[in-house]
Write a new protein. Structure first.
Length: 542
């Protein structure tokens, strides 16, 4: 009896305790990719180097918010212009209406804080999925960490609270699914069809997935053509991905504008004027740390594509070369190049690593790194509640001053608008396109603007006139009179600012170092229009 009672408790208690600890560990101990997501979130946005406010340096966020609110209020997607006095009532494609609704809803719920947080999370998830794709290919953990850091730095050229961040996330997710299907066919890949239909109503970047799938189909066809095995099975990937490409392309017609959206986008993306006038459509200037990181990835990517072509692995080589070309043609494509190409080049670099360390002793540095990488990365696919808890609780519990309450005052005319908002919204204002986005944010529907960030809407006729104005071309007075401008809110470095200072027709009202406010002298004779707004009055609507 004594022996029996002494041996029973350990035998029955130990398994339960071990099982409970194992379940608790599975729930609360984050996997390495989840740790990577949290590190990226803290490094890029929560720290002082970049911060959440950095996502708002582009004023386009302002008109996206107001468009979303319009849709929420009226229950329909706009088909004519809402914001300008230069093209009132003209047909307009609000092709990012899904993101606009999201931005409008987030703004009403939590102001700018909610928008920048969701966009920041989307960016970090996109980069984390790049990291996961590398681990799924068996890439050494430390090599994957290095490349993920370079990817984060290079793609930071386009970290903005705009709809394109959801293209980065959805493209990264889609390529995870595609690469998994390449390793082993899965019905999950057909889920890309409804995802593309949703994507087509969020951002025009859905074309990036269609392009990747088309290149994959073409590459698979060439791989089958050059394959030593010419059996029917060799062509199966080509047929599979060709059908997938066609289906994904077809469902993009499920948008409020139908095929007219595609016609409009084709004109927009092939416009010579857009390529010359809009900075993000121009080739990158190889200055700055983030562009140097992109340059390093570009060189490695092209070399990796060459190795793939030498082995007749066409699909991934086409991905790298196509998006390398697109990124060199327009800086806005750099993040897409990074998302597509980094896992491909990681696999090629890992080949060299494996070759170099294949005979390494287990106690050597290379052997230890291999063992540590294998142990840590083994559970990369495990999911826990920790990232979800952080995403939910961080914006609630963090009440620090890091969250933006307005757009950056060193990049946009926040001070001038705060002081003279009544004057601005009752005037015909000449200002920059990005600053007009901010005026829309602050004063729509009372405020109408000359041009704003919707370059596809204004086109070369109004757009070129605007560029001629800011550069102070010889006929600037005639254009100012014809358009009826009575207020000018311009940056100090515009050539037009110097001309307005010297003009007897215009009076300088304020120069705060970021913006200069001018008013026509005959208009300024009405003193009531120049009364500054009291502090706190007409603040941004939440």
């Amino acid at each position: 009896m004594a022996t029996s009672s002494s041996t029973l408790p350990p035998a029955t208690a130990a398994p339960g305790a071990a099982g409970g600890q194992s379940r608790l560990k599975a729930i609360l101990l984050p996997s390495f990719p989840e740790v990577m997501f949290l590190v990226l979130l803290a490094w890029i946005f929560a720290g002082p180097q970049y911060g959440w406010t950095g996502l708002l340096v582009d004023g386009d966020t302002g008109w996206h918010i107001r468009t979303g609110e319009y849709i929420l209020d009226h229950g329909r997607v706009p088909i004519v212009d809402l914001f300008s006095f230069s093209k009132p009532g003209a047909p307009w494609f609000a092709w990012e209406w899904g993101c606009d609704v999201l931005f409008g809803a987030l703004f009403r719920f939590s102001a700018l804080k909610g928008i920048v947080f969701v966009c920041g999370v989307a960016i970090c998830l996109a980069l984390t999925l790049v990291f996961v794709r590398m681990l799924a290919h068996g890439v050494n953990l430390f090599l994957a960490l290095l490349l993920c850091g370079l990817a984060a730095g290079a793609s930071s050229v386009h970290y903005l609270a705009r709809p394109h961040v959801f293209t980065l996330l959805l493209l990264s997710l889609s390529l995870c699914v595609v690469e998994r299907d390449r390793r082993r066919e899965s019905r999950l890949v057909w889920g890309l069809i409804p995802l593309t239909a949703l994507w087509a109503n969020l951002h025009g970047g859905f074309l990036s997935l269609v392009a990747c799938l088309g290149l994959l189909a073409a590459g698979s066809g060439l791989e089958a053509l050059f394959s030593s095995s010419r059996g029917p099975g060799a062509w199966r990937p080509f047929r599979r991905y060709a059908v997938l490409t066609g289906a994904c392309a077809a469902v993009t017609l499920l948008n409020p504008y139908g095929y007219h959206l595609h016609v409009h986008m084709a004109k927009y993306l092939t416009s010579d004027w857009i390529k010359k006038a809009i900075g993000e459509f121009q080739s990158p200037s190889f200055r700055g740390e983030n562009i140097l990181q992109y340059e390093a990835l570009l060189l490695v990517g092209v070399a990796a594509a060459g190795l793939l072509l030498s082995r007749r692995q066409f699909a991934e080589a086409f991905w790298v070369l196509f998006w390398a070309h697109m990124s060199l043609s327009g800086a806005r494509h750099i993040p897409v190049f990074v998302i597509v190409a980094v896992p491909v080049m990681a696999v090629e670099l890992n080949r060299f690593w494996d070759f170099w360390t294949r005979d390494a002793d287990r106690k050597s540095i290379a052997g230890i790194l291999r063992a540590v990488s294998r142990d840590i990365a083994s559970g990369y696919g495990r999911l826990t509640v920790v990232p979800l808890l952080v995403v939910v609780l961080l914006p609630i519990l963090d009440r620090s001053s890091r969250w933006p309450t307005d757009f950056p005052p060193d990049r946009l005319p926040v001070k001038a608008v705060n002081r003279y908002q009544d004057l601005l919204r009752t005037s015909r204002v000449l200002t920059g396109d990005q600053w007009a986005d901010y005026l829309i944010y602050r004063s729509y529907p009372q405020q109408k603007v000359y041009v704003d960030g919707r370059s596809d809407f204004y086109g070369p006729e109004v757009g070129q006139e605007y560029l001629n104005l800011l550069s102070g071309r010889w006929d600037w007075r005639k254009v100012m009179d014809r358009r009826g401008f009575d207020v000018a809110l311009v940056p100090p470095d515009w050539p037009l600012a110097t001309l307005l200072k010297d003009s007897p027709e215009w009076r300088l009202v304020q120069d705060d170092g970021v913006s200069i406010l001018f008013i026509r002298k005959e208009v300024s004779e009405a003193p009531a229009r120049l009364v500054p707004v009291a502090p706190g009055k007409n603040a941004p609507r939440h």
